[in-house]
Ligand binder design. Structure first.
Ligand SMILES: [Zn+2]
Length: 342
């Protein structure tokens, strides 16, 4: 189905530290990331006297240095007047505090995303590290790898500048008027608690955040703060809710390149998770841990950072299968959950 996706600008990308027009009244900035996923897309919407910035990049020196020429001469001499962050993850939120201080612009976020950012940024407690260890023991991760998880600890704090004390709330019924056009806020959960996308029906444009990526599937993970959560169900519901969006809508995603074809892409993503649910159920025909299922899903060597996402993704599929009545779990003598088909 991926051939139904049309990359509207082909392989053309904005150079680091520059902006590129991607649609009428919308500009694109691409910031580097020091991970396997090596970049994040940010967008600027023309609001007449100034710009509304969507997402900010990581809170590191590289990103701040790349912002300088853009702030100095990349915006036609007009200021950033509002900053909107789709969700709290470090590649979106990282430089927000710094940019708000530089520009004096107010911050717009959903309430749960702001609360998550604020809480996680402030948490440097031993209690958190103990909670991380307890969570990964339950997954069947080996003792050395669990110890590495403790060492990695709260990596969020290191990638994000201080979270502003105040914000303006984006809610499901929020409509923003930007540059004379109406942008509707669409909220979904699964990748993060209350992720905001923006949809402008008259321009057939959608700021997709991490929800509608053209090539990779967004990470859908269970984390230590909600071990029995069911984020995959939330995400599949979001994908199911796209009917009212016009077929020809141009999606501006947070990673990879702008594309048309969001409905075939949503179907692709749903089928991808269906296959993974079947794979997890198949592994669990014999009692298996979340790590056993992870190894079947991700057949490659991963570092501690990648393992966090992979274990979380494995748990997201297992928790949905439990909710569907296809699996049950029991605690093994070693302190790890075993999942088995019912
Ligand atoms: Zn994200």
């Amino acid at each position: 189905m991926t051939n139904s996706i049309e990359y509207v600008l082909g392989d053309v990308l904005p150079e680091p530290g520059t902006v590129m027009t991607v649609a009428d009244g919308v500009r694109w900035v691409r910031m580097p990331l020091p991970f396997a996923l090596n970049h994040v897309n940010l967008y600027l919407i023309d609001d007449g006297d100034g710009w509304v910035l969507i997402d900010c990049g990581l809170g590191d020196e590289t990103t701040r240095q790349l912002w300088e020429p853009i702030l100095a001469n990349g915006l036609d001499g007009r200021p950033i007047t509002q900053v909107l962050v789709t969700h709290y993850h470090p590649d979106h939120m990282g430089s927000a505090g710094w940019l708000l201080e530089r520009t004096g612009a107010p911050l717009w976020m959903t309430r749960s995303e702001w609360l998550s950012a604020r809480a996680i940024r402030l948490d440097d407690t031993e209690e958190l590290l103990d909670g991380i260890v307890a969570f990964y023991r339950r997954t069947g991760l080996g003792a050395t790898d669990v110890a590495d998880m403790r060492v990695l600890g709260n990596s969020y704090r290191r990638m994000v500048s201080p979270i502003p004390l105040t914000f303006n709330r984006l809610a499901a019924d929020t409509v923003l008027e930007i540059g004379g056009r109406r942008w509707m806020v669409m909220i979904g959960s699964g990748h993060s608690p209350e992720h905001a996308c923006l949809y402008c029906p008259e321009a057939e444009l959608m700021i997709g955040g991490d929800f509608l990526l053209p090539r990779i599937s967004p990470n859908i993970s269970v984390w230590w703060n909600e071990p029995d959560g069911n984020p995959l169900q939330d995400y599949l519901r979001f994908l199911d809710s796209l009917d009212p969006i016009a077929d020809q809508t141009l999606v501006l995603p947070s990673h990879d390149r702008p594309y048309r074809g969001l409905k075939p892409r949503a179907l692709d993503l749903t089928e991808h998770h269906d296959r993974r649910l079947d794979l997890a159920a198949q592994v669990c025909q014999v009692p298996s841990t979340a790590i056993d299922v992870m190894n079947a899903m991700f057949q490659r060597k991963m570092d501690t950072h990648q393992t966090r996402f992979a274990v979380g993704e494995s748990l997201a599929h297992l928790n949905l299968l439990i909710d569907q009545g296809r699996l049950s779990r029991h605690l093994g003598d070693d302190g790890a959950w075993r999942y088995v088909t019912t």
